[in-house]
Design a protein around this ligand. Structure first.
Ligand code: Z57
Length: 824
């Protein structure tokens, strides 16, 4: 490692190793130094924004030293590394997390400064946040691991609510970002378009050479990822696109072709300009495919370059490298590695393919047909001509194998072909990912069962069941308990022997003994109340609505999607409103006050999701101003739900809603966040709700609704049988149509989806059970002692859902990697 440092300087280098700082004094000194000499400000004009800048620069100094050491250690030891390829990393804020992970959290108490930071919002929802939790766990468990992603100039849009409608505003987040390190010396030339030539190489072998038609440069930006209380700081490498030939093509510039020179530059920079804002939906846009290849090719080039430095034979590649594909978005990596090995490195097909399949693992995150990626063959041919040839070859060899194994099954070949013989022909990316990986996993037990028995069942026949496995999702307790809910974390620590539970979440089980302790219950409830007061203050500020913190807080925050069924929730709220209105004032006085809180973004092109947002706001406008109702019901839509808002909302919920149509939500991860923060769940038998129930006990969760196994029959009956709507739901619809919540025309599509268009998401089928279960929630909440005991018990049994457990499972059963411990 040291070989690159010239001998005369080495001694000076060693004597001057940067140490970082060790204590509060050193930290403060560093902050002041940055205010004065980096920002060129004084004590007298240091506002909160400058204080944030200086604080983050001080803390990053501490990160860098550990980061450098980690990278040197990993290179020196030359152990197998994990590469996590994800188009999304929904990181949120970094400062608070960095303070906690390097052990300076208690030194610096500064909510106001922390809240100055802009979220790094390079993701849509669950998939992107999972990637962020995984990075935290990988570093906290000392795994040698890199994340690879795109450095979008614009992350997920900011949501504004104007007159009850969503309006999207660009999220330019890079104005001041102390957490990234541009590596202008780490670049990769990426090609697109062009054509393929056959030539003969030195050994007399015919090989294919791809002559690209356009070159774009990928520039690396590195983000340090500190582990919690570990010596490991891993690296997240994000690629940014720029034109080759620098800012302008000077040839063109000098020829007076200034405009086309600027156009080239803009075309190149467009690749990493913006995150596609769709969650669980693929729209097949050319620029998206360009993004995918750009990022995948740059990452693989980097990985291969690193491997080649070790001078090992190619046969050892998969002993050194494990690459995890976060959904099918990086599937082209499979094709790209095969291309590098056969076209550039001169390996034989079979030898190369063996290396490829042993390197990759593929995680599936959805069974929704509209989210499964398919690319038109013509588009792939145009953009990546050599890759399409390789895809066809992969498919040919695969289908030959299938034909041998299932000689009488012609239809099998059609069904499993990587190329769908449709008009136009399509490349099925999930099938390519399965064929090119050694393991395929789902993200919760039900979901993994579903992919084995439905969308991928033919592949289970072909490869056998062992290729398909489950790794139930998890969340990092550092951010989602200790950071989001410091007081609860402290109370837990007082019963669990300190903060050890943050590294071994199963130790939460020591709480169980205190679930019925009146004093402990009181302290627990007091913290929940304080968190609700804090959220109430925020609601007052943001929405101008006064809510009663003693009311039951009922929360549904997540991307707006018909399958997640926010429409079921708001129809339920209307039902509650009608029930309250129909009561005598005396009867009303006995009712339990509720606050229904919604939040979440709709994809800009998802019209139905936007209608749902509008209805929620329209209902809020009526209910919140109805004097008959007062505190008994408030309906709040929180604008611009994001990671840092989730950190405030999760600790303040009494009950949260995870009510997807059974079989549609692969896992869900916010369900875990809410329970870990001492809230209960109302939910369907879907995704990780099922395992949460198994862990915390049926009496500590409110389950309702039809089961996944019944969905198909119900849908069939809606279309081919007579479809009658639930009576209570019918009353809700009639009220909407009376114009109670504004022009009924505005909400016609939401009603028609259930009444006329087959109720694909089973809103009517589940409505009665949903309403009844909400009554059970009210009833249970009235007995506060019992309720708090349930919450404590549930938290005590949540140990399984840490992302540390997930990462250990991936490491053991998919990656075959081990932690790199520091030898002193
Ligand atoms: C996304 O956020 C998820 C799946 C997708 O296919 C895409 Br695209 C985006 C989510 C699932 O909907 C959640 O159920 C799951 O918990 C999350 O991925 C992480 O696995």
């Amino acid at each position: 490692v040291e070989a690159s440092i010239p001998e005369p300087q080495r001694d000076a280098w060693k004597r001057n190793q940067p140490e970082g700082f060790k204590d509060k004094d050193g930290f403060e000194k560093e902050v002041v130094r940055h205010v004065e000499t980096t920002l060129a400000r004084s004590m007298f004009n240091c506002d909160e924004s400058a204080a944030y800048s200086a604080t983050s620069l001080a803390i990053r100094y501490r990160l860098i030293t550990g980061w450098n050491k980690t990278q040197q250690r990993q290179t020196y030891r030359d152990a197998k590394r994990v590469y996590y390829l994800s188009l999304e990393f929904l990181m949120g804020r970094a400062l608070d997390n960095a303070l906690l992970n390097v052990g300076l959290k208690d030194v610096a108490k500064m909510e106001d400064i922390i809240s100055q930071e802009h979220d790094a919002a390079l993701g849509n929802g669950g998939l992107g946040r999972l990637a962020a939790c995984f990075l935290d766990s990988l570093a906290s468990l000392n795994y040698p691991a890199w994340g690879y992603g795109l450095r979008y100039r614009y992350g997920i849009f900011k949501q504004e609510i104007i007159d009850g409608y969503q309006v999207e505003v660009p999220d330019y987040w890079l104005d001041f970002n102390p957490w990234e390190f541009p590596r202008h010396d780490v670049t990769v030339d990426i090609q697109f378009f062009g054509h393929v030539n056959k030539t003969t190489n030195a050994a007399g072998k015919t090989i294919s050479v791809w002559e690209g038609g356009e070159t774009v440069v990928a520039v690396a930006y590195d983000v340090p990822i500190p582990g919690y209380d570990t010596p490991t700081t891993n690296n997240l490498r994000l690629w940014s696109s720029k034109a080759s030939g620098g800012e302008f093509d000077f040839q063109k510039f000098n020829n007076g072709d200034y405009e086309s020179s600027v156009a080239d530059q803009q075309r190149a920079e467009t690749i990493s300009a913006v995150l596609y804002p769709n969650d669980n939906l693929e729209r097949g846009k050319e620029l998206r495919l360009k993004q995918q290849y750009f990022w995948v090719a740059a990452s693989l080039h980097d990985i291969v370059r690193r491997f080649k430095k070790s001078k090992r034979p190619w046969s050892e590649f998969c002993d050194q490298v494990a690459i995890q594909l976060n959904d099918t978005h990086p599937t082209l990596a499979i094709v790209e590695l095969q291309r590098i090995l056969i076209d550039t490195e001169g390996l034989e097909w079979d030898e190369a393919w063996d290396i490829v399949t042993n390197t990759f693992g593929y995680t599936n995150h959805t069974v929704l047909p509209e989210a499964l990626e398919k690319w038109p063959v013509g588009l792939v041919q145009h953009l990546l001509p050599r890759h399409l040839q390789i895809i066809y070859d992969i498919n040919l060899y695969f289908l030959q194998k299938v034909e041998k194994a299932f000689p009488k099954d012609r239809d099998m070949l059609r069904r499993v072909s990587i190329i769908e013989e449709s008009q136009p022909k399509m490349v099925r990316m999930a099938y390519l990912a399965i064929v090119g990986s050694h393991k395929v996993n789902g993200v919760a037990e039900l979901h993994s069962d579903l992919i084995r028995t439905t969308i991928f069942k033919d592949f289970v026949q072909i490869y056998g069941p062992d290729k398909f496995t489950n790794v139930t999702n998890g969340i990092t307790p550092r951010r989602w308990l200790h950071q989001a809910n410091p007081r609860l974390s402290e109370l837990i620590a007082s019963k669990c022997g300190g903060n050890a539970f943050l590294k071994d979440l199963t130790q939460l089980n020591r709480l169980e003994a205190h679930a019925k302790d009146p004093q402990f219950r009181r302290e627990w409830a007091e913290i929940k109340y304080a968190n609700k007061v804090r959220l109430s203050r925020y609601i007052k500020e943001a929405n101008g609505v006064t809510v009663n913190p003693a009311a039951l807080f009922d929360v549904q925050v997540k991307r707006i999607h018909e399958y997640k069924r926010q429409q079921l929730n708001i129809f339920g709220v209307i039902h509650r409103y009608l029930t309250l209105k129909a009561m005598s004032p005396e009867a009303r006085k006995k009712q339990l006050p509720r606050v229904s809180i919604f939040g979440g973004k709709a994809a800009p092109g998802y019209w139905m999701a936007k209608q749902i947002i509008h209805l929620i706001n329209a209902v809020g406008a009526v209910v919140n101003n109805d004097e008959d109702i007062g505190d008994l019901l408030k309906v709040i839509f929180l604008e611009d739900y994001n990671v840092s808002k989730a950190e405030m909302i999760c600790p303040a919920s009494d009950i949260s809603e995870h009510i997807s149509t059974a079989g549609t939500e692969a896992s869900g991860t916010s369900n875990m966040k809410f329970v870990l923060n001492g809230g209960l769940i109302i939910g369907t038998c879907d995704g990780a709700n099922i395992e949460i129930t198994r862990e915390i006990g049926e009496s500590n969760i409110f389950l309702f609704g039809n089961l996944a196994e019944d969905v198909e029959d119900l849908r069939h009956a809606h279309t081919y049988g007579s479809h009658s709507i639930d009576g209570d739901l019918d009353k809700v619809f009639n009220e909407i149509e009376k114009g109670t919540f504004g022009s009924p025309h505005d909400f016609g599509a939401l009603v028609a989806a259930v009444r006329q268009h087959g109720d694909y998401y089973l809103v009517s089928d589940d409505f009665h059970s949903y309403i009844q279960t909400h009554s059970l929630v009210d009833e249970a909440y009235r007995n506060q002692d019992e309720w708090v005991s349930k919450c404590i018990t549930a938290v005590a049994r949540m140990g399984f859902f840490t992302s540390d457990r997930c990462i250990d499972e991936y490491a053991e059963s998919i990656w075959n990697v081990e932690p790199l411990v520091v030898r002193e």
